[in-house]
Structure formats: structure tokens, C-alpha cells
Design a protein around this ligand. Structure first.
Ligand code: NAD
Ligand code: IPM
Ligand code: MN
Length: 366
């Protein structure tokens, strides 16, 4: 019997609520594929800081490196609660970024997907959505401003100052470019390269290396798009985008805008892929405003399970069935409240009921 070891990091606030639903889905996959999933739960995030004194304890660090995959819920606290933790041990700086560096997960795949039939969930008009939104955003995840040199202090004029550097070398750009061209090559063969080369020198090198790697993929058209206007075009004409690639900070911002045009961040799963390791998490945060109410949308977490099945466990067929099962819940007229912003006439259900319905729909697809 095939065995997989999966590190389970439930995280903070809505993290554990979402993870429960993901584990139900994994239970179905395990039973019917006659595989053994060793699910190893470990502390991570603000909760780990309060129980173990560190948001990314050494035991969790080792587990993540040796596991076949890591499934992670969102971490973080409200702004006020975060201030109770020393800056460098806050879960974003103390856990997420070190996890990404530790596993070298340089390619962050964030699908932005809404079929035409669900256009009513989106704040965009159906005419704007057209045939549906189907974009893959690829975000470089271990470079740029997030990981560049930092310093702060008081300058010679007595003013407090801070300096953060946006650093990339050509190898870092080339490896994420290859991931993006590979994905574009399997889809519509158009890759939007998002940049700011009219101002940033980092974007000049970024674009040069994109072009160089692009020569290995003559069948894929590369279109350079400035990041600011890309933000507008995502709202005005999302259908023009298929695959988009960008540096770390641009990707952080544009991918949340992706959630915005769909109608909820709850529709944003993601995969973080490295040369040897991978981890899977919702693109959104821990949503302290709705934690403990059983109203968070588990799509992002269950979709992350689907991405794990495809990218780490070698089960693309099961991944497709999980996606289909999630869509079935919407097709049956149910949704969590985040997608009922405009009173779309759907039947509102909680986090747990949504997970149960995904499980039932999945079991109906043997
Ligand atoms: P957020 O993404 O947590 O929430 C933004 C809005 O989206 C909120 O109104 C929230 O209720 C809603 N939302 C998010 N996920 C949802 C879901 N699954 N279902 C329904 N609604 C959902 O952003 P924030 O409030 O700015 O950040 C909260 C905390 O999360 C911060 O501490 C931040 O640093 C952290 N964070 C963590 C991750 C991560 O773990 N990868 C990602 C982003 C933010
Ligand atoms: C995300 C989050 C993280 C990021 C934070 C919480 C470190 O916003 O995954 O998008 O900025 O990358
Ligand atoms: Mn973000």
C-alpha cells in the first residue's frame, strides 16, 4: 500500500475550521484509493508562539522538510493581537516566510477561477465576466522585497529611516519563468509578464530573463504588461488574461485582487512549489473577523488539497474530481455567506456543511 506523510499545520483563527473540512476530503481520498496518509499535525503560527514559544518550532521545521507535502491553514492575528508578539516572532515574519525559505518554494501558483454559471458571485457585471474567469497567477515566492537586505535606524540628520531592498538574480527569475512558460504552454500559450520596468531596474532584469527563457518556448507568446494597468485590466477585462507571472510583492497584491474579482478570498487556493518540497495553503489570511463562527468558506483549503493531490501525490484524476465536487455544491445552489454579498438567492450553509456536501459529491464520483 502506498504511503504518504503529510504535515498538517492548522494555523490560527479560521485555520483549524478550514483544515477540518480539508481532512474530511482527504479521508475520502485515502479510503477509496487504498493509500495510507500519515497525517502529522504540528504547531505553526501565532498559536505555536503561545504554546511553544516560537511560531515555527524546530520539530515542525523538520517535519515539513521530510514530509511528502505540507498542508497549511492561514496564520496571523488581528492587528491589535499581533502587537502582543515580538516583531520577529509574529507569524508572518517568524513562520510563513521562514517556511517558504526553508522549503525553497519559489513558485506560488494561485488560480483565479469562476465559471460563467457563477458570475453572480462576482462584483463584476456578467458582461465583463463573459465566458468566465480562468487565470493562473504565478508569483515568485522567495525573493524580492520580502527577502532582500533590510536596515533601519537614525540617519545623520537625526531622522528615523528604514531601507528594504528588492533583490533578484537571474537564476531566481529564470526558474520561475520556466514554471510559468510550462504552464502557459499547456494552456492558451499566452503568458502575461507583469512588471514595472518604466521605474524599477529589478523589472528590467526580470523582463530580460523572461525574454531569454521565452526563446526556449517559441510557441508561447509573451506579453509585457505594467503592473498598475494590469490591476485595472483585471477588473475591466479579466478574460484577456490566462497565465500571469510576477515578482513576489506584485503577486501578493494582484492575487488578492484576483479574489476580489471572483467575489471572495474564500475562492483562492494555492500551491507553493520548490525543487524538492511543496506546501499548499489558501491565498488569504486567517480572517480574525469571522473566526469561530462556522461561516468561513473552505473552498480555498479544499482547493489546496486538490492542488496537493495533483502536484505532490501524483493523483491528477482525484484532483479533478475534488474540483468537480466543489463546483457541484454551488451548482446545487449552496454557498457560504461570503458569496452572498449581493443576495444571489443561494441557500446559505456553514463551513462544516459545505465540507460535508463536498464529501458527498466526491463520494458520488467514484
Ligand atoms: P484576510 O485574508 O484574513 O481577510 C480579508 C477579508 O476576507 C476578511 O473580511 C475575511 O473575513 C475574508 N475572508 C478571508 N478568507 C475567507 C474565507 N475562507 N471565507 C470567507 N471570507 C474570507 O486578510 P486580513 O484580515 O488582512 O489578515 C488577517 C491575518 O491573516 C493577518 O494577520 C495577516 O498577516 C494574515 N495572513 C496570513 C496569510 C497566510 O497564512 N498565508 C495570508 C494572508 C494574510
Ligand atoms: C500571502 C500573505 C503573506 C504574503 C503574508 C501573510 C506573509 O499575504 O500569502 O499572500 O505576503 O506573502
Ligand atoms: Mn497576501
Amino acid at each position: 500500500m502506498k504511503q504518504f506523510k503529510i504535515a498538517i499545520l492548522p494555523g490560527d483563527c479560521i485555520g483549524p475550521e478550514l483544515m477540518r473540512e480539508a481532512l474530511k476530503v482527504l479521508g475520502v481520498i485515502e479510503r477509496r484509493n487504498r493509500i495510507k496518509l500519515a497525517l502529522c499535525e504540528a504547531p505553526f503560527g501565532a498559536s505555536a508562539y503561545f504554546t511553544d514559544g516560537h511560531p515555527f518550532p524546530e520539530t515542525t521545521r523538520r517535519l515539513c522538510a521530510e514530509a511528502d507535502a505540507v498542508l497549511k491553514g492561514p496564520v496571523g492575528l488581528s492587528y491589535d493581537e499581533t502587537q502582543k508578539i515580538p516583531t520577529d516572532l509574529q507569524p508572518e515574519r517568524g513562520a510563513i516566510l521562514p517556511l517558504r525559505k526553508h522549503l525553497d518554494t519559489f513558485a506560488n501558483i494561485r488560480p483565479v477561477f469562476l465559471p460563467k454559471a457563477l458570475a453572480h458571485f462576482s462584483p463584476l457585471k456578467p458582461e465583463v465576466i463573459g465566458a468566465g474567469i480562468d487565470i493562473i497567477m504565478i508569483r515568485e515566492l522567495v525573493g524580492g522585497l520580502y527577502f532582500g537586505a533590510k536596515e533601519s535606524g537614525v540617519n545623520s540628520e537625526g531622522l528615523r529611516y528604514v531601507k528594504e531592498t528588492l533583490e533578484y538574480d537571474e537564476a531566481q527569475i529564470a526558474r520561475v519563468a520556466r514554471v510559468a512558460f510550462d504552464i502557459a504552454n499547456k494552456r492558451k500559450r499566452v503568458l502575461h509578464n507583469i512588471h514595472k520596468s518604466n521605474v524599477l531596474k529589478s523589472s528590467i532584469l526580470w523582463n530580460t530573463v523572461m525574454e531569454e527563457v521565452g526563446r526556449e518556448y517559441p510557441q508561447v507568446e509573451i506579453r509585457h504588461q505594467l503592473v498598475d494597468s494590469a490591476a485595472t485590466l483585471l477588473c475591466l477585462e479579466p478574460g484577456q488574461f490566462d497565465v500571469m507571472v510576477m515578482e513576489n510583492m506584485f503577486g501578493d497584491i494582484l492575487s488578492d485582487q484576483g479574489g476580489g474579482i471572483l467575489g471572495s478570498l474564500g475562492l483562492m487556493p494555492s500551491a507553493c512549489l520548490g525543487p524538492r518540497n511543496a506546501y499548499y495553503e489558501p491565498s488569504h489570511g486567517s480572517a480574525p473577523d469571522i473566526a469561530g463562527k462556522n461561516i468561513a468558506n473552505p473552498y480555498s483549503m479544499i482547493g489546496s488539497v486538490a492542488m496537493m493531490l495533483e502536484h505532490s501525490l501524483g493523483m491528477p484524476e482525484e484532483a479533478r474530481k475534488v474540483w468537480a465536487a466543489i463546483q457541484q455544491v454551488f451548482a446545487d445552489g449552496y454557498t457560504t455567506p461570503d458569496l452572498n454579498r449581493f443576495g444571489v438567492g443561494a441557500k446559505i450553509i456553514g463551513t462544516d456543511a459545505f465540507g460535508d456536501r463536498v464529501v458527498a459529491a466526491l463520494e458520488a464520483r467514484p
